[in-house]
Design a binder for this molecule. Sequence first.
Ligand code: UD1
Length: 422
Amino acid sequence: MERFVVVGGARLAGEVSVTGAKNIVLKLMAASLLAVGTTTLTEVPDILDVAIMSELLRRLGCRVDRDGSNVQIAVPERPGHEADYDLVRRMRASITVLGPLLARCGEAKVALPGGDAIGSRGLDMHIAGLQRLGATAAIEHGYLVATAPRLTGAQVWLDFPSVGATETLLLASVLAKGTTTIDNAAREPDIVDLCEFLLAMGAQIGGLGTSTLQVEGVDVLTPTSHRTLPDRIVAGTWAVAACLTQGDIFIRGGRAEHLENTLDKLVTAGAVVTRSPDGFRVQMQGRPRAVDVVTLPYPGFPTDLQPMMLTLNAIAEGTSMITENVFEARWMFVNELTRLGADVRTDGHHAVVRGIPQLSGAPVTAHDIRAGAALVLAGLVADGVTEVHDIHHVDRGYEGFADALVALGADVRRESGPDPLF
Ligand code: UD1
């Protein structure tokens, strides 16, 4: 059992570097299954989810080697086609192997994923989309089982611009026969980076960054090298941290253009944001002002930064309304934040947050990656000591989180051993 012990009161100042995005690199790793031979990914973060995906690929017959921040994936002529429950349940992104395995092997059997406790995360759009491409796809004994001798291009309309469903359909259709159109596709930078990776492998995709993607299927793809796009959620976490602690952080590698909505909110809260070619700087003087937030698919405010913004509002001057439109169970985090004294009331999709000058340290538990990071930030603006338990969630998405916080002046340490709560 490991936990972060956070002593509140520090103002964060200095520089922090952002590595490649978790949510992108996992998909690039899965997409490498589409081509026989060795694909190289660079700027790969050293986080638990990358280790889980590496193991998943190894079990499918790939060789995965890490050298610093580079990962090489050697894909065999005939990979396996089954992804087991013991790995998949630990990470929802495992579902991304479904499309490539179906395209390459004509069959795929992937355990229904687990991952974060942030709501019911259906796969109905993945399944319906694959069926439109001619596959049989159904849930059997806890597995999503799909078969298709060769997928055939089709027009697919998504009910919601789901990141995961867009990825599954892209990865299935690049090797399909004929043209696929994905309408109401997700427009996240994650999707654009995945498309660029696929283009470098020889895929034919149009409409990058728009809600209509056109894929012209090709017969074969070839391995490539690709630099992973910097993590906009990690960059956004540091941006909120600067604002929250009335600090001054230069976020090296952060791409402000992928965080326009978030940075605009921070400016409304009183921060000064300065952009430069190699990152951006967030400076804050005085207590933040309360700011309303509505989460939406990109380019709307990212749901993954909602817990951090809620934390900011918890100590802001004034009252705010946070509306969560993407993951309904993200309010589990609110129960933890109220243990630190936050004044938050939820009703359906909405949370009303009345800012108080300071939180008060207490033991709390992380239920997902982003909630875990937000609770650590909350500890920075709490009086006394905050212990954040179940930090394996944070390890899934943030490389060297505690070390980076310490370098910025925070009093945070990682403790392991028997959990004093039990
Ligand atoms: C990805 C990210 C996650 C981020 C989310 C939205 C990864 C590993 N995770 O998750 O961090 O918060 O995008 O930006 O990249 N849904 C269905 N049926 C489906 C598919 C989705 O009902 O077939 C629902 C989900 O339950 C959820 C919503 O659609 O309520 C959005 O899901 P989606 O955009 O697919 O998110 P993920 O790809 O799971």
